[in-house]
Design a protein around this ligand. Structure first.
Ligand code: C2E
Ligand code: MG
Ligand code: MG
Ligand code: MG
Length: 280
């Protein structure tokens, strides 16, 4: 009986599996050509000072414009890019493009505008990673202090000496380091004191409900206080409503990012946003 059931559900499942892996293969081969075909594009989202609403920095967010698939969002292709190792050349392109963009804004506005770049674990562990970062800086002329690398707790979890050493090298070079999606990983909080992080980005899942859910409000308040007592700056992600900005101001959250201020924008639209918003 059980055997029969297992067999029939297998028979039912098999074609789906084939479809999935076929889809995956198609996506992988398209991804292999995407850099060459210039299908990747960076979108830019402002990070503002919570109190003043003034621009503080910009996060670069990757998009993949594929003729067959349309615009593919990172959650759909970054995991595959990680698995296949394609994240290394793609990430290199992101770093160079992001640093170049930040240098362009400095030239157009006369102001130093920091750029935040997401780095996934596989990319970070590539032996050439530090060199890639330094090259992106020297090629663009951007000062290391204007570059922030966003790393998730997943990376720190591996607890390796190599990870610690690379973080130290980047920190020594003056590059800023932030913990992205803070609160969603295992959060063995002790890493915060042993690694040279500058910034915590509170995950949007906590920020989204600060008005409705007292528990989320307590968590966000606690994260902000903990970060400050460790000398870290805090960015709230996913700010969509004005009420959230009042809460974050009251709780002294340094910086905010979210649709309330601006969606991620393609470069030409971001330039327009910048022209209208780059008060000191
Ligand atoms: P993330 O680094 O946590 O980026 C924030 C995500 O939240 C972005 O999604 C952004 O569009 C979205 N977001 C911003 N404001 C709001 C808001 O008010 N409400 C809501 N609901 N969402 C908001 P996106 O662009 O789809 O990126 C998803 C994730 O993909 C990123 O999360 C990051 O982990 C990864 N990613 C993006 N670009 C890159 C990249 O160049 N390299 C790597 N390795 N990962 C990247
Ligand atoms: Mg990020
Ligand atoms: Mg530092
Ligand atoms: Mg995040």
């Amino acid at each position: 009986q059980a055997k029969h059931k297992g067999k029939s559900s297998y028979a039912h499942f098999a074609p789906e599996m084939t479809e999935v892996s076929h889809e995956r293969l198609k996506m992988e081969s398209s991804m292999r050509r995407a850099l060459e075909l210039k299908e990747f594009e960076l979108y830019f989202q402002p990070i503002v000072n919570t109190n003043s609403g003034n621009l503080f920095a910009v996060e670069a967010l990757l998009r993949w414009n594929n003729p067959a698939m349309g615009m593919v969002m990172p959650d759909r292709f970054i995991p595959l890019a990680e698995e296949t190792g394609l994240i290394t050349p793609i990430g290199e392109w992101v770093l160079e493009e992001a640093c170049r963009a930040a240098m362009g804004w400095k030239q157009s506005t006369g102001k130093d505008i920091g750029i935040s770049v997401n780095v996934s674990p596989r990319q970070f562990r590539d032996p050439g990673f530090t060199e890639t970062v330094m090259h992106a800086l020297s090629a663009s002329g951007l000062a290391p202090e204007q570059l922030e690398l966003e790393i998730t707790e997943r990376l720190i979890l591996d607890n390796s000496i190599e990870t610690a050493e690379i973080l130290r090298q980047l920190d020594k070079a003056g590059i800023r380091l932030s913990v992205d999606d803070f609160g969603t990983g295992y959060s063995a909080l002790s890493y915060l004191k042993s690694y040279p992080f500058d910034t915590l980005k509170i995950d949007k899942s906590f920020v989204q409900d600060v008005i409705k859910e007292p528990e989320d409000a307590s968590l966000v308040r606690a994260i902000i206080n903990m970060a400050h007592s460790l000398g870290l700056r805090v960015i709230a992600e996913g700010v969509e409503e004005e009420a959230q900005t009042h809460f974050l101001k009251k709780e002294n959250c340094d910086f905010s990012q979210g649709y309330f201020y601006s969606r991620p924008l393609p470069a030409p639209d971001f330039d327009v946003w910048l022209t209208n918003n780059h008060r000191v």
